[in-house]
Design a protein around this ligand. Structure first.
Ligand SMILES: N#Cc1c(-c2ccc3ccn(Cc4ccc(CN5CCOCC5)cc4)c3c2)n[nH]c1N
Length: 263
């Protein structure tokens, strides 16, 4: 997988050189390129923002630096930017769903909320491009223009307000990158994790069996795998009902009688 990121704070993405994602890059499982949006400005002050049409607080990111940066990404990946007629052609040919075009993920408070399911979907893509906005956001015409060469997806990390897109990109690249085959040493650990079966994960314990007077649940020391599985499932259901009742609602028709007894 190839990932390109454009940001006015490229150093924010340095954390993607560490740990599993950093090793995946060293192992050639993931290619990551970060571009500084200011390198695509044309004035001496490297200006990326301006006042909003229609008034209002704050500043808006200018469109032209973004178009130049995204065209640089396309050129770097061997794609040619869409021309006007190409855009029309793409729109007219129904089977041309743009599957070959890179996905442009635009972190935004107004985006579709990022989920584990979306992480799995995006982990299957060949080329992801992340546009990190700042200020009050990016001129909307950039996303309209980009639709000629990218599959554009505004995505939100969650229902709270950040100051820009970089933190969201760190989270999404980690969530997506860990699903790429070979990145996580033991693929088994990807199976039983939160949200993989729609429930929150069960509590985990390790040595010592008694720590500051607190005993590990006996069932986990029993060696009885059926009882251990049932305990873990019960803990998943209990935790999910307590912390995320919304997830229980979504699963209601999938729970068996043993599950219902645990709630
Ligand atoms: N992913 C993600 C995010 C982001 C996110 C992502 C990208 C950018 C780029 C700029 N910002 C700052 C910003 C904050 C608030 C608003 C709303 N406006 C409405 C009209 O009044 C002014 C304010 C806009 C821009 C960003 C925030 N926040 N929360 C998430 N889950």
């Amino acid at each position: 997988m190839r990932i390109d990121v454009v940001s006015i704070f490229p150093e924010y993405l340095d954390a993607l050189g560490l740990s599993l994602i950093g090793k995946a890059r060293q192992d050639g499982l993931l290619e990551l390129n970060v571009r500084n949006l200011r390198d695509f400005t044309t004035d001496r002050h490297r200006t990326v923002d301006d006042t909003p049409y229609g008034g209002g607080a704050g500043m808006v990111m200018k469109p032209e630096p973004w178009a130049l940066a995204l065209e640089s990404v396309l050129a770097g990946a061997g794609h040619s930017p869409a021309t006007a007629e190409a855009t029309e052609t793409a729109a007219e040919v129904p089977e041309h769903d743009g599957a070959g075009r890179p996905v442009l993920i635009v972190p935004s408070p107004a985006g579709e909320v990022f989920t584990q399911s979306m992480a799995h979907e995006l982990a299957g893509e060949e080329h992801l491009v992340f546009a990190c906005g700042r200020y009050e956001g990016i001129d909307e015409r950039v996303m309209e223009w980009a639709a000629g060469s990218f599959r554009v997806r505004p995505v939100s990390l969650g229902d709270y307000v950040l100051n820009g897109g970089e933190v969201a990109v760190l989270a999404m690249v980690e969530a997506i990158g860990r699903l790429i085959p070979g990145v996580v040493g033991n693929p088994e650990s990807l199976v039983e994790e939160s949200h993989s079966d729609g429930l929150l994960e069960y509590p985990v314990y390790t040595k010592p069996s008694v720590w500051r007077g607190r005993q590990v649940p006996d069932v986990l020391l029993s060696g009885n795998h059926a009882r251990i599985a049932r305990f873990r499932r019960d803990e998943q259901l209990r935790r999910t009902a307590e912390r995320r009742p919304d997830l229980i609602e979504a699963l209601a028709n999938q729970l068996d009688s043993a599950d219902r007894a645990a709630l």
